[in-house]
Design a protein around this ligand. Structure first.
Ligand code: RIB
Length: 310
């Protein structure tokens, strides 16, 4: 490793309740699902764990609920070596949970109940200043209040820390606030919500990224699943192809991409190299069931990269 990166994630921690099924019940109907799995999730937590598995020193800024999932989440971070000093138990509120349905093609449908994540405040960001200030990158998503995300983006800019915004789940945002981020990384659905135009293919992604750049966004990486990623900056756009795989479960692949990318960029890899490595890390995560459970170690990534990266 060139230099040990330091990443801080300000975001959500959920418990994922994953049901594997090919059919969905109609109103009033009961049907059987194939399998069930309980796991740690939340876009913020997933990105923190991915960055950690890739070798970064990681601090998490989050809120967990007043239920059995709260301490379990903190224990999970600690067991993975993530700094939990700013993961705050929050009285009188549930933890974030995500019922997730995965079909036989590995595609997911996710419903998030934000719970304690919705209590993460700008004051929590300020209170975490000591752990944030030494970071190479601050990483944020949208499962916590928008006010907090915008505040954290301004905090990063004021403190000269590079930032990544994953605008997920997709929603319309204030582009003037989003423009504080060094990287904005949506998938197709999230890009569509952000730019207000459909994104179904690479050409759409180019047009959408151009609209976001014209709106003041600094750099955009649109993740395109099996089509890889499009990196767009004022000086041009580059498509970075994906590594073909037969996915079992794509849940959390976007988080795997973002967490690993933050690590690789902070480590000093050139941008396109970092994106290609993050593409492989995300692809490998789809080969296992579950969210964090399917994320691989740096050792496994490097071994795969040695074979497939060239
Ligand atoms: O991106 C996948 C994640 O979205 C899941 O872990 C779920 O908790 C939701 O946050």
């Amino acid at each position: 490793m060139k230099h040990q990166p330091r990443i801080a994630v300000i975001g959500s921690a959920n418990i994922d309740l994953v049901t594997y099924t090919d059919q969905f019940p109609r109103p009033g109907e009961t049907i059987f699902g194939r399998e069930f799995s309980l796991g740690f999730g939340g876009k913020g937590a997933n990105q923190a764990v991915a960055a950690r598995l890739c070798g970064a020193e990681v601090a998490m800024v989050a809120r967990v609920g007043d239920d059995l999932f709260g301490p379990a989440n903190i224990q999970n971070f600690a067991a993975r070596g993530v700094n939990t000093s700013r993961v705050l138990p929050t009285p009188g509120v549930s933890s974030g949970v995500a019922p997730i349905f995965v079909d036989s093609l590995g595609q997911n449908r996710i419903l998030v109940v934000k719970g304690a994540n919705d209590r993460l405040s700008p004051a929590d960001v300020d209170a975490a200043a000591a752990v944030l200030e030494g970071a190479d990158f601050l990483v944020m998503q949208l499962e916590v209040p928008l006010e907090t995300v915008y505040y954290a983006l301004r905090f990063a800019r004021q403190h000269g820390i590079r930032s990544i915004l994953n605008p997920a789940p997709g929603q319309a945002l204030d582009l003037a606030q989003v423009a504080h981020a060094d990287y904005v990384i949506p998938n197709e659905t999230e890009a569509e919500a952000l730019a207000g135009m459909p994104v179904h293919n690479l050409e759409d992604a180019r047009a959408c990224a151009q609209k976001l750049l014209d709106g003041g966004v600094r750099r955009v990486i649109v993740t395109l699943g099996a089509n890889g990623a499009l990196c767009a900056a004022p000086d041009g756009m580059t498509h970075v192809p994906a590594f073909p795989v037969q996915p079992v479960d794509t849940t959390g692949a976007g988080d795997a991409f973002i967490g690993s990318l933050a690590c690789f960029l902070a480590e000093g890899f050139a941008e396109m190299d970092a994106i290609a490595r993050a593409n492989l890390y995300a692809a490998l995560s789809t080969l296992g069931a579950g969210t964090q459970k399917s994320f691989v170690t740096r050792q496994r990534l490097d071994a795969e990269w040695a074979v497939r990266g060239a």
